[in-house]
Design a protein around this ligand. Structure first.
Ligand code: NAD
Length: 109
C-alpha cells in the first residue's frame, strides 16, 4: 500500500536527533523524500537510508543562506523544491505565526 506522502519532498529542520529525527523516519516510512537540515549534521546521506529517501545538510535555521542552500540541494538531489516544511529546530514563539518570526529572534534562541 502506498504511503501517505508518496512522491512528496519534505524539508525538516533539526533531524540529527529528537523530534526531528523521528519526523524524518516517519515521513520516509510514508514514502516521502526528506531533506534534513541540522547544525550538527554533515552534508551527505542519512545513516540507514538511501539517496532517494533522505539527504542532510549542515545548516542553521537562523541563517538566510542556509535556506537558500536547502532549496538548491532539494532541487539538485530530489528534482524539486520541498512541498512540505517542518520547522522543528529552534525556539517556539507561541504568540505569533512561524512566518512572522524574525531572523534576530531565531538567532537569540
Ligand atoms: N522535547 C520537548 O519536550 C519539547 C517540548 C515542546 C517543544 N519542543 C520543541 O521541539 C523542537 C525539537 O525538540 P527536541 O526535544 O527534539 O530537541 P533536540 O535538542 O533533541 O534536537 C534539536 C535538533 O535541532 C538542531 N538544531 C538546534 N538549533 C538549530 C539551528 N539553529 N539550525 C539547525 N538545527 C538546529 C540540533 O542540532 C538538534 O539536532 C524544539 O523546537 C523544541 O523547542 C520540545
Amino acid at each position: 500500500m502506498p504511503g501517505r506522502l508518496e512522491g512528496r519532498v519534505a524539508l525538516v529542520s533539526g533531524t540529527t536527533q529528537g523530534f526531528g529525527r523521528g519526523i524524518l523516519e516517519t515521513f520516509i516510512r510514508e514514502g516521502a523524500m526528506v531533506l534534513g537540515l541540522d547544525l550538527q549534521a554533515k552534508d551527505g546521506l542519512v545513516d540507514g537510508f538511501n539517496d532517494r529517501q533522505a539527504y542532510q545538510i549542515q545548516a542553521n535555521v537562523a541563517a538566510d543562506d542556509s535556506w537558500k542552500r536547502a532549496l538548491e540541494t532539494s532541487i539538485a538531489r530530489f528534482g524539486e523544491a520541498p512541498s512540505i516544511v517542518v520547522h522543528n529546530a529552534g525556539w517556539a514563539y507561541p504568540s505569533k505565526s512561524g512566518l512572522e518570526v524574525t531572523t534576530e529572534e531565531l538567532t537569540a534562541s
